[in-house]
Design a protein around this ligand. Sequence first.
Ligand code: NAD
Ligand code: DAU
Length: 348
Amino acid sequence: MLKLLITGGCGFIGSHVVRLFVEKYPDYHIYNLDALTYAGNLENLVDVESNSNYTFIKGDIIDEAFVNKLFEDYKFDNVIHLAAESHVDRSIEDPLAFVKTNVIGTMVLLNAFKNLWKNNFNNKRFYHISTDEVYGTLGETGLFTESTSYDPNSPYSASKASSDHFVRAYGETYGLPYIITNCSNNYGPNQFPEKLIPLFINNIINNKPLPVYGDGNYTRDWLYVVDHARAIDVAFHDGVNGETYNIGGFNEWKNIDLVKLLCAQMDIELGRPEGTSENLITFVKDRPGHDLRYAIDASKIKNELGWEPSLIFEEGLKKTIHWYLNNEEWLNNVTSGEYQNYYQKQYN
Ligand code: NAD
Ligand code: DAU
């Protein structure tokens, strides 16, 4: 039985990846290592937690002794590494936390994997999940390709870029078999409501202001999270060692246009008069170092591995809204306590 370690499996994207692999590959054993930070939530995986091919392990990837022992005990054949501090605004407040988890945590995992298999890497793979933010920002035109130079602008993207470089360096120096994928903005069920779409859904439900940074003319390329999980499945199985693949939605939106679409859909779902939610839009102080535009050229993964997004944005957004409206308890649980302190600090 193939032993697959997935890190960060209780987070937003990780929980969709864990579910897909647990259900689709009964002959794999999936070990989910997660520290359960504010962003990690066991509730995200209640539907698969009692499957016989699934084991949850609570632990911190920074803890070298613990991680080394884990690798010795379980002898993981493969790793899909998602655990990270993932929110740009938090990285501006506390950059060091991002270096610890994203850089040192990745190093700890790389070392544990390398030391376990020494030079005998046959049928082994370390799959590092990264972001398009490592490429920095685009102007009004152009797309990020796999050969775009790294040019990160936030502490978050600098820490992700650094971890990508270490993964590559381990490939070059020690022959460690790796792949890296760099994905654009994800949205969908289970996303913590500090990121744009779930934050605004939650605020609309509660009739709170929608804090659009700057003039709202920033562009992101949005991908439904289940489509990202499908891409990870394809890249994990069919990707070529030492390669990088960009993953994106072919779906660029200016923030302000996206927010207006979201407002219109929310009014319909909540049975409120047209324009009610749009009235909540409030332009606030911009994010420092705010990247103007991200857009991915995902033709390599499409042409070489046959992956492409399955949902159009309007459909994905509707599914996302339905999920949040039908999972009020999940939303209430994650927005109580510490979330309120974060919110006050960030937006007041
Ligand atoms: P998330 O913040 O929702 O989840 C991160 C998970 O990692 C949580 O479960 C958390 O408990 C866990 N974690 C954090 N620090 C840990 C530590 N020290 N030890 C063990 N576990 C720890 O993040 P996400 O949005 O699901 O992103 C997952 C990965 O995908 C990240 O590597 C991120 O950089 C990358 N990514 C995210 C997006 C996006 O739009 N969200 C896009 C591209 C790439
Ligand atoms: O591009 C991939 C990245 O996408 C991932 O690597 C990150 O983990 C993920 O968080 C996301 O980063 P962004 O910074 O693009 O996502 P966020 O949802 O924080 O912001 C999206 C856009 O919306 C961005 O231009 C900032 C803006 N924004 C965000 C928030 C939270 C606002 O205008 N107001 C807000 O309150």
